[in-house]
Design a protein around this ligand. Structure first.
Ligand code: ADP
Ligand code: TRP
Length: 338
């Protein structure tokens, strides 16, 4: 590995098709960062993390392949970036254990993600598994394993990256300065793409709430037509409040400043209706998705076997690098392989 390069790393769970939130929050950055020759990029499918919430073995494997296909449709080149499955690198689980021994349980119990998931499960009468509690530790292993310097993720993952930073500092403090680089987030706040039908972020769980990367233009328009806006704006003649409207958030993410101003003014004066706004947003989204759809079609012609090959090759490459780093960490902690 070339040490002068910036190691960029990010992962996506193998849960269903990718959506516009994944693209705007994460994958578009993966693509831009991969084009810079001073970066060495690692992008992986976090299928071990997927096990914390979902266990259908067949479906996970289908999702994994489709995500790699989508990565490439979005513009990632497996010749330039290392694309792999988390489960191809068993040393990550080993590193996760080493890091778990440096992690206070209270910190894990207080993570917003854990509390939210635990509460949601308990509403259904279910119990949180230990994997959910230690989720951020495995994520820290993913990040520290290849000595990542930069981790492009959406806003919802920032707290997890912060924990990886703390663990890197703690490890270095106890076992030697400079062993793990301290990973950084991308500059800026990180974005959060809202869902279309409810509060909260766009996610994979509710079909009509998310624009999938493989939705057709008609599907995009249909989903936007039924998207919620300012709930107080009942009639076309009612002025609306853009600050409480999800569609206005999409303008912020996708429109030019003049168009944002057009939407704000038109909404607050009732000069334009919600449909007018939605048509513009659907158009922006379709402009992003058109080249991705076309590229996916081209790739699909080659069948799925070449995707398996990419995942296999990427796994070998990532494992070689990560295994050497984990070996060093074990030795520093006094638990080498004898
Ligand atoms: P999901 O939350 O849909 O299951 P993941 O958890 O696998 O997706 O997230 C993969 C990447 O996409 C992460 O970097 C995450 O921060 C980002 N991401 C997911 N949903 C959104 C969203 N609505 N807005 C911005 N980024 C998002
Ligand atoms: N937890 C991340 C998510 O749900 C996925 C992930 C796993 C990840 N390991 C990672 C992201 C390491 C960045 C770096 O989106």
């Amino acid at each position: 590995m070339d040490n002068s390069k910036t190691v960029v790393l990010s992962g996506i769970r193998a849960t269903g098709q990718l959506h516009l939130g994944n693209y705007l929050g994460a994958i578009q950055h993966f693509v831009t960062l991969a084009q810079d020759p001073s970066n060495d990029c690692f992008y992986f499918i976090a299928n071990l993390h997927t096990l914390t919430t979902r266990q259908d073995p067949q479906q996970m494997q289908i999702d994994l392949r489709n995500i790699v296909l989508d990565f490439m449709a979005c513009g990632l080149d497996p010749e330039k970036s290392t694309i792999y499955a988390q489960s191809s690198v068993p040393e990550l689980s080993e590193l996760s254990w080493l890091l778990a021994c440096l992690t206070p349980v209270s910190g894990l119990m207080n993570m917003h993600h854990f509390k939210e998931k635990k509460d949601r499960l308990s509403e259904e009468g279910l119990k949180a598994n230990a994997g959910l509690l230690t989720y951020p530790v495995l994520m820290a292993a993913d990040i520290l394993g290849p000595h990542a310097n930069l981790v492009p993720v959406g806003e919802d993952q920032h707290a997890h990256v912060e924990m990886a930073r703390e663990l890197a500092k703690r490890f270095n403090h106890h076992f030697g300065d400079g062993i793990f680089p301290i990973p950084n987030l991308l500059e800026g706040e990180g974005i959060r793409v809202p869902g279309l039908t409810a509060d909260g972020k766009m996610g994979k769980s509710e079909a009509d709430s998310a624009i999938m990367l493989n939705d057709s233009p008609d599907e995009v328009e249909r989903k936007l037509r039924s998207a919620v806006t300012d709930p107080q704006r009942m009639k076309r003649s009612d002025p609306g409040d853009p600050e409480v409207c999800n569609i206005f958030t999409f303008h912020h993410l996708l429109s030019e400043p003049e168009q944002i101003e057009w939407a704000r003014k038109g909404c607050t004066t009732a000069d334009i209706g919600c449909v007018d706004c939605k048509v513009v947003v659907a158009d922006h989204i379709n402009k992003i998705l058109t080249p991705i759809r076309a590229r996916r079609e081209e790739l699909l012609v080659r069948g799925m076997d070449f995707i398996d090959e990419i995942i296999h090759e990427g796994g070998l490459k990532a494992r070689k690098i990560i295994a050497a780093n984990v070996k060093e960490a074990k030795e520093k902690m006094g638990v080498p392989s004898y």
